[in-house]
Design a protein around this ligand. Structure first.
Ligand code: KG4
Ligand code: ZN
Length: 335
């Protein structure tokens, strides 16, 4: 049984996972705390994690009907993410594991998004392509075994979710903007404005979202404040169509290169309805199997961290006491 902690961004998450079975998977969202700033403030996130991590871990154990005596290992996200936020989770994991001499399993956050697909009730066996699109990352992962993934392409600038959040803000929507933008777009015409589907002619598998965001900024400037209010739904729908268009175009290119029969989605943007529909249509057209985990396992959560931990090397006491978190560049995990 693995107790997992995830505090890489603004959600405080803890889960208890037994094999591939989720016994509990709790998320304490800090959205309200950050909404008034229009985005995540790293120091505010760290302070909230400090207050919330222990109660969320206790609640996850209670919901699982377990105590720390039942836990075989403690898993924790060690990066990439906000360094102060990561350190709260890592310190808590060390403090829980060390007195009981439990092993600690450091987990890469992005491998966590991939590993959400290995959870019950219908675990997906590699090989598969996994599109991970969140507020901090956008990448196309080639998954050939359960222990890791190869980055086939990634964003060269903004993450997809970051673009949704920034455009949502431009349109006067709250934070996080993705879900609100999707709701607004439902009433708009996706062909109202012609927006660039970035990287469309680029032969590689990388993504770019900053040009699309800038195109929206200029469009809003040209429309003026009243024009923007009048055309909000059309702007949202056109942006969403361009963003979804780029994500699916790259997925299609990767499928066309061959060797992949299954596709999975991860990250907060994978909760986007039109993206899920577009990827489903693409998979049907290409004859690929599609695995869609529930939205709660797409956004940041600790069950996916426990799932990745099952296939990751663990550290014995006391060697993990000096183990550090990383914000962006990944140090080698223990062999
Ligand atoms: O994976 P996640 O929970 O946290 C990060 O690791 O970033 O992803 C959060 C991101 C936010 O940018 C949010 O706006 C976006 O996912 N998001 C969505 C939707 N739901 C969440 N974007 C588009 N449509 C949605 N329905
Ligand atoms: Zn994430």
């Amino acid at each position: 049984m693995i107790l997992a902690i995830e505090t890489s961004c603004d959600d405080t998450c803890a889960a208890v996972v037994d094999g591939a079975e989720i016994r509990s998977n709790l998320i304490s969202s800090q959205d309200e705390a950050h909404a008034k700033f229009g985005g995540i403030v790293p120091e505010v996130a760290s302070r909230h994690h400090l207050e919330l991590t222990v109660p969320v871990v206790e609640a996850a154990l209670t919901e699982a009907g377990a105590t720390l005596d039942d836990v075989d290992a403690v898993a924790v996200t060690v990066g990439p993410g906000l360094i102060g936020a990561l350190l709260v989770g890592l310190s808590t994991a060390k403090a829980l594991a060390a007195p009981r001499r439990l092993p600690l399993i450091p987990v890469d956050h992005l491998q966590g998004h991939v590993a959400a697909n290995f959870l019950a009730p219908e675990p997906l066996d590699p090989p598969f392509l996994c599109l991970v699109a969140s507020g901090g990352h956008t990448l196309l992962a080639g998954v050939r075994d359960r222990a890791g993934h190869e980055v086939l392409g990634q964003t060269l600038d903004d993450a997809a979710g970051e673009a949704f959040d920034k455009v949502a803000r431009l349109l006067g929507l709250g934070f996080p903007g993705g879900p609100a933008l999707q709701r607004l777009a439902a009433d708009g015409d996706p062909e109202a404005f012609e927006l660039p589907v970035a990287m469309a002619r680029d032969p590689g598998l990388d993504f770019s979202f900053s040009g699309l965001k800038t195109a929206l900024v200029y469009l809003c400037r040209d429309l003026g404040p009243e024009g923007v209010v009048a055309r909000r739904a059309d702007l949202a729908a056109s942006f969403q169509a361009a963003a979804v268009g780029q994500l699916t175009a790259k997925l299609k290119r990767a499928l066309n290169r061959g060797g992949w029969e299954a596709v999975a989605l991860g990250g907060g943007v994978a909760a986007n309805g039109p993206l899920r529909e577009a990827v489903a249509a693409l998979c049907e057209e290409q004859g690929a199997r599609l695995k869609l985990v529930p939205p709660k396992l797409c956004t940041d959560n600790a069950a996916m961290i426990a799932s990745a931990a099952r296939y990751a090397p663990s550290l014995a006491y006391p060697e993990y006491l000096s183990y550090d978190a990383f914000a962006s560049s990944r140090p080698p995990l223990p062999a």
